[in-house]
Design a protein around this ligand. Structure first.
Ligand SMILES: Cc1cc2nc3c(=O)[nH]c(=O)nc-3n(C[C@H](O)[C@H](O)[C@H](O)COP(=O)(O)OP(=O)(O)OC[C@H]3O[C@@H](n4cnc5c(N)ncnc54)[C@H](O)[C@@H]3O)c2cc1C
Length: 291
């Protein structure tokens, strides 16, 4: 049963921010409701006010500029991103990642910010992938705006760096560097659902074919998305060979902090991290080397 609440429908971003400022300790934002309503129906989340931002067209956009890259408004749905010609041209991997999110029905209604701001985003597809792409998020309140790297957004289990008077208004994905490629995959038992483990990898290759920079980001491998920084360190400056990839995969499994739950044991998750890291790093490297 859903507890009673007052439904608020702002007509502009400014009005939404002022409603948030007025009710900050007792309200929740709702956009598509795909994740939020499940929690309300289960009684896990009780709120006095719901502020519905779904209809705010000023937050529904995808633009690109050479300096800052893609800018995606908070209420933009997964499906719009997946179908966007601009995203396909400037960041094709994001289209592929979006295709892995849930079903078309969920993608038609769920928003990018709802996905990232939801408590269990560490288990979703977008948080690890967008961190591997170096994405930032723009947060706004009635007092100020701020921009932070997405990797700093997640602070703990169902916790993030957003203050209770703040709204996520935009996601920014920087331009893809030369000779860089990003890959992402997940292992799941049920199609169209979050992965038991997900691994995203970005590899940048230098003129000599060695690794100039790397990001390896693990999903559902800890209470937040985890950057496997020791694994990344092993890659930098080296040329690719099977021994190196095995070493990187081992380090990624050690960098992770997975739990055992009804879906998989900790041990199985570490095994998946090894296997998927090997695949994703190799794929990203091969793609970058052929650019
Ligand atoms: C059946 C099913 C399968 C799914 N499978 C996957 C999957 O395979 N991969 C995956 O990544 N995800 C998956 N999801 C999650 C799905 O992507 C999210 O539910 C959806 O994107 C959330 O968007 P929403 O607009 O509906 O958010 P809502 O449900 O409205 O909100 C979610 C949370 O974000 C907050 N919020 C929303 N917008 C903002 C904002 N602009 N600023 C601050 N806080 C905000 C809300 O307060 C709430 O806490 C699945 C969901 C379902 C229901």
């Amino acid at each position: 049963m859903i507890h009673d609440f007052t439904y608020l429908k702002p007509g502009s971003l400014q009005e939404a921010l002022s409603m948030l400022a007025d009710h900050k300790d007792e309200c929740k934002i709702i956009c598509g409701g795909q994740s939020l309503l499940i929690m309300m129906r289960q009684g896990i989340l009780v709120t006095d006010y719901l502020i519905d931002i779904k209809g705010l067209d000023e937050l529904n956009y995808i633009t690109y500029d050479e300096r800052e890259g893609l800018k995606i408004g908070a209420t933009t749905t997964h499906r719009l991103i997946e179908k966007s010609e601009l995203v396909k041209k400037k960041c094709p991997i994001l289209v592929e990642i979006e295709k892995k999110v849930a079903s078309i029905q969920v993608r038609n209604w769920g928003s990018i910010a709802g996905n990232l701001a939801h408590g269990d985003a560490q288990a979703g597809d977008l948080a690890p992938s967008l961190i591997a792409l170096g994405a930032k998020v723009k947060l706004a309140s009635s007092k100020r705006d701020r921009i932070m790297p997405l990797e700093e957004f997640y602070t703990g289990f169902f916790e993030n760096a957003m203050n209770n008077d703040e709204l996520m208004v935009e996601v920014r994905v920087p331009p893809i560097q030369d000779r860089a490629a990003t890959t992402y995959t997940k292992f799941n038992l049920i199609g169209n659902d979050q992965g038991i483990v997900g691994v995203a990898s970005t590899v940048v290759i230098d003129q000599n074919g060695a690794c100039k920079d790397a990001r390896i980001v693990l999903g559902n491998s800890g209470v937040t998305p985890i950057r496997a920084k020791n694994a990344e360190k092993i890659l930098r400056g080296k040329g690719l060979d099977d021994g190196l990839i095995a070493e990187v995969a081992e380090a990624a499994a050690r960098d992770a902090d997975p739990v055992s739950d009804i879906h998989a044991s900790e041990e199985f998750r570490r095994h998946l991290i090894r296997v998927l890291t090997k695949r994703m790093v190799k794929q990203a490297w091969d793609q970058a080397a052929h650019l």
